[in-house]
Design a protein around this ligand. Structure first.
Ligand SMILES: *[C@@H]1O[C@H](CO)[C@@H](O)[C@H](O)[C@H]1NC(C)=O
Ligand SMILES: *[C@@H]1O[C@H](CO)[C@@H](O)[C@H](O)[C@H]1NC(C)=O
Ligand SMILES: *[C@@H]1O[C@H](CO)[C@@H](O)[C@H](O)[C@H]1NC(C)=O
Ligand SMILES: *[C@@H]1O[C@H](CO)[C@@H](O)[C@H](O)[C@H]1NC(C)=O
Length: 475
């Protein structure tokens, strides 16, 4: 009769994949041969992608893994989550738990204030031969199935804190200091470690990335520049705040520059092929100001003053994939951005975007009806862009003037309304024509009905699109 030791490896792996993590550990301990057979698969599943946090215990494990002969080679994706000990008075089960919580909380603050987190990150990154992606997150992935539907994939060390104190670590909501600092020290650690992973991913569900995170003062540039030069993929989800620097010069006209530091940052990433960002939903004029800058043609070096409140437009000559999400702007602004990159662009995603012709947020004015369908105009203009040769187009959950925009098969009154359209080659030839025929605005039955004006994604927290990225998460 076949036994675990004689069945083919594929079967052994298939059987093992039904085990919970502790049971899998037990199986690996039962015998050397099983351990040896499962080793490749196990190290791949458990050590390809790891999530750590800024505590000594977590970063210590990161360093240990990075020094392990084999695991260090498997580790290609490192996430630092924004876990923090809550500052609020917490209820703890006993004095032992209380002492651990109070000490842990203070340890973390001191780890950050002394910069030891940066040193530890640097040490770990130095040893990783195959690092591809570094990222930041403020949530746990719930898609992991091995340990049951409710088990989540948390940062290394977070479960221990929970076990020892009975309390769970939260995620920092401090967008002004904690999160920008994490972004900056992460890039600095990677740079100091002489690494240049091609992908950086910031996935925030509970907040946005403050523009100050992108500030690269002269003293950071020597270490960070090489990282950014080699960067191919920059994913910024949820919103990036592109708040304005607004000044009056010589007492006269106001100069506004939305996303000042992000503009400078993009000037350091010439090799980007894939860019995704979302902007804060209702900052209409700032988003438009930033996007108008992004769509400007690059000018040759030296024709602009070096210290300008308007950073030089960027080329991004290799950009093939652009994903824009969440924000509200005018039709021409989006068209100008696409037009600028049209010679290289192959993939375009327009997700949860909202259009209106006016500068004012749709929620503060009451548009007159009937109006024209702005998305049809956008699709028609995209179809007319000679240079634009897309392989993939995804549009979904669009809006116009605060009203939902849907897709409905043409010529069929009873066709269902759909919210998403996703086209890839070879269907691409007719796709824009199809979109023009099928895009419908859900006009209100009577003007300014509150229900129709309601914006269901308002706080931007229930973004679901970035879940695509989590499908392959493994502990
Ligand atoms: C904490 O971990 C210990 C040892 O690993 C275990 O025996 C105990 O049940 C855990 N406690 C909780 C509350 O999870
Ligand atoms: C970004 O952070 C700075 C402080 O570093 C703060 O003054 C500013 O208000 C923050 N921006 C937003 C949009 O909260
Ligand atoms: C990145 O761009 C620079 C020029 O801006 C170029 O010299 C370098 O070779 C590029 N690196 C990669 C990896 O493409
Ligand atoms: C500042 O404004 C005043 C009055 O408009 C003008 O005379 C002066 O030349 C300006 N100075 C500079 C440096 O532009």
């Amino acid at each position: 009769m076949a036994s675990l030791l004689t069945i083919p490896l594929e079967l052994l792996i298939a059987v093992s994949s039904f085990l919970s993590t502790p049971d899998l550990g037990a199986l690996r301990l039962t015998c050397k041969q099983v351990e040896k057979s499962l080793y490749e698969w196990f190290s791949k599943e458990f050590f390809t992608k790891k999530q750590f946090m800024l505590t000594e215990e977590s970063l210590r494990v990161f360093i240990d893994i990075s020094k392990h002969v084999s695991f260090s080679k498997k580790l290609t994706h490192v996430i630092i989550a924004t876990n923090v000990y809550d500052d609020l008075p917490v209820h703890l089960r006993d004095s032992d738990a209380a002492a651990r919580w109070v000490t842990g909380r203070r340890d973390q603050k001191t780890l950050l204030s002394t910069g030891v987190d940066l040193e530890m990150l640097t040490e770990a990154f130095q040893n990783l031969e195959n690092i591809q992606t570094v990222g930041i997150r403020d949530f746990n992935n719930h898609k992991r199935i091995r340990d049951g539907p409710s088990a989540s994939w948390s940062s290394w060390g977070a479960t221990t804190v929970h076990n020892e104190t009975g309390n769970r670590l939260g995620f920092s909501r401090d967008q002004n200091i904690f999160v920008p600092r994490l972004f900056q020290i992460l890039l600095r650690a990677v740079g100091k470690a002489k690494q240049a992973p091609p992908e950086v991913e910031v996935l925030l569900r509970h907040g946005f990335l403050n523009d100050t995170a992108f500030h690269l003062p002269n003293f950071l540039q020597p270490t960070v520049k090489a990282v950014l030069q080699n960067l191919k993929k920059l994913i910024l989800t949820n919103a990036v705040s592109v708040e304005s620097v607004a000044v009056y010069i010589n007492g006269s006209s106001e100069v506004r520059c939305a996303g000042y530091f992000l503009r400078q940052f993009l000037g350091h990433t010439p090799n980007l092929t894939h860019l995704r960002f979302n902007l804060p939903r209702h900052e209409v004029s700032e988003n438009t100001n930033f996007l108008q800058w992004l769509s400007k043609p690059a000018v040759s070096q030296g024709t602009l003053p070096t210290a300008s409140l308007e950073p030089a437009p960027v080329t991004l000559a290799y950009l093939t994939s652009l994903e824009l999400g969440q924000f509200h702007t005018k039709p021409d602004t989006i068209l100008d951005v696409v037009a600028k990159f049209s010679t290289t662009l192959q993939e375009l995603s327009l997700w949860k975007l909202s259009l209106s012709e006016s500068d004012v947020s749709p929620l503060t004015h009451s548009p007159l009806y009937p109006k024209s369908n702005l998305w049809i105009k956008v699709f028609a203009k995209l179809a007319g862009m000679q240079q634009l040769q897309l392989n993939h187009l995804k549009v979904g959950q669009l809006q116009q003037d605060g009203l939902h925009v849907n897709f409905k098969a043409a010529g069929r009154d009873d066709a269902p309304l759909e919210t998403v359209r996703d086209y890839t080659r070879p269907k691409m030839d007719s796709f824009l024509k199809e979109l023009i025929d099928e895009t419908v605005v859900k006009w209100p039955e009577h003007v300014s009905s509150d229900e129709d004006m309601e914006d269901d994604g308002e706080d931007g927290e229930e973004v679901d699109e970035d879940d695509d990225d989590d499908e392959n998460d493994e502990e």
